[in-house]
Write a protein that binds this ligand. Sequence first.
Ligand code: 6LW
Length: 501
Amino acid sequence: MRQYFNPVIPGCYPDPSICRVKDHYYLVASSFEYFPGIPIFESIDLINWRSLGCVLNRPEQVDLKGSNGHSGIFAPTIRYYGGMFYVVATNVSHGGHFIVKSKDPRKGWSNPIYINQEGIDPSLYFERKTAYLLSTAKDHGKDAILISKVNLDTGETRGPHYLWHGDGGRYLEGPHLYKINGFYYLLASEGGTEYGHMLVLARSRTLLGKYIPCPDNPILTNRNLGGYELQGTGHGDLIQDINGRWWIVFLGFRQLGQYLQFHTLGREVNLLPVVFRNNWVNIKDKIARLKIMTKRKIPRQKRLKDKQQKDLKIGDDLVFLRNPNLKNYKLTPTLFKLKGDGLLSERMISPTALFTRQRSFNDSFSAKVDVKESRAGLTVYLESDQHYDLILEERNGKWILSRRLSIGPAIDEKVIASVEKVSGKGLPKLMIECKKGYYILKARINNKNINCGRYDARFLSSEVAGDFTGVMLGIFIEKQGTATFSEIEIKRNGRKLWERF
Ligand code: 6LW
C-alpha cells in the first residue's frame, strides 16, 4: 500500500476542475475578488501540483469592480478538445458566464467571450464537434441543470433543455458531464458548500436524458462525520489517468478543531481514487479522509516550499484585490515599493495590497517595512471587514506600531509601541505566526521583540464572514505616501503540513 495526504492542493482553491492531455493533468479553481483570476496547476501524477499562474492575468480579461469574497469569479471548468484548452466560468459581479481559450496554458489565454445563459457553475461537454454548455438553472423555481448547444466563437446558445432536477438536496450545482462506456454520467453537488455538502450522480443512455439518479447517492459526503477533520466535501470532477484508472478531485475544508466548527483556510483540493461498479461511480466508504492508502502506483508527495521575496511571482504566490492600479506597485526581486490608495476595508476600490494564501495551519509570514508619510503593514485578511492588521507609521522620528482588529462593524485599533528611530539598527520587522485556532502578531524593532498579541482565528472564518474565500496573508499601505517591503518570507510549516486534531 502507498499513501498520500489530502488536500493535494492546500489553501483556498475551491471548485476544482481537471482535464488530461496525454500524461499531463491541468486543474483550475475559483478566485472570487482576487486578480489575477482562476489559478491553474499542472501535474504528471495527480499528487504533486505545480502552479502555472492564472488564466485571467490581463486586466482586460476580467472586471472585478466592487467584488468581494462571495462574488467575482466562480467555479471554472477546464476541458481540452480538438487541440484547444477551454475554460468556462462565471463573473458573478460583471458579465456572467464566459469562455476563454488557449493552445498552451503556459502562454496565456484569450479574452473572454460572454455567454448568455442563467445560473452559475458552467461546464462544457463536447461530442461530434458540437460544444454543449451546462449550468445551474431554475425550472419553475426548482433547482435544475440546464444544457444547451454553445457556439464557442460567439457565445450564442441554442436549444436549452433541463437535463436533471437533482436527487432532492438543496443547491443542485457544479454539474460535469462525461460519456463513459456507453453511459452519459452527470456529476453534481447538493447540500450547499458547507457541512451538508455532497456529490450526487445520475446516468442516461442518451445525451438529453432521461437521467436516472444513482441508487447509492450521495456518492460522497462527509456530512455525517461530526467533528471530523475534513468537512464540506463536494463540487468535483472525474478524471481518467494515463493508466486507465479513475480519480475524482473535489473540494473540502479542514475544521479548526474537533469541536470548533470553523474553517479559515478556505475550501481546498482533495483527491480520491474511484472505480466503476455496476456502471456507477464508487468511492470507498463514500467518505473523504486526509490520509489515503491505495494500491495504485503513486509518487512520493512533496511538501510545499518556503518562499522568499525573490521567489514570489504574481499569479503563483501573490494576488491583488479586484482591479489593481498597477502604477501603485514597483516590484523588484528584493524590494516591493507600494504607493497608498485608500483603505484596506474599502470595497469599491482596489486598495494597494498584495496577498498570499494561508496554506497550512502553521504558516508564518514576515517582512521588513520602511514607511514614509503613510501607514503600512501586514494583514491576516479574509475580506474587507474581517482582518487583523499590524500597522507601522513613522512620526516625529519615531516608529509607531499599532494592531487593528476588524471584525464586521467592530473595529479596534490600539497603539502597541512607540519607539525612537535609531540609525544603524535596521528596519522594523513585522511578523504573523499562524496557529491552529489563532494568529500571533509580533514585531522586532531596534533589535527588540515586541509582542502584539494573539487573536482568535474563528472571527476570520467562513462561518463568521459567510464568504467563499480563505485567509490571505498580505502586505498593505493605507495612506498616500509610500512603503517599501523587503526580506519578505513565507514559511509553509515544513514537516507538519497535514495537521491532525
Ligand atoms: C460554486 C458552487 C459552490 O459556484 O460554491 O461548492 C460556489 N460549490 O458550485 C462558489 O465557490
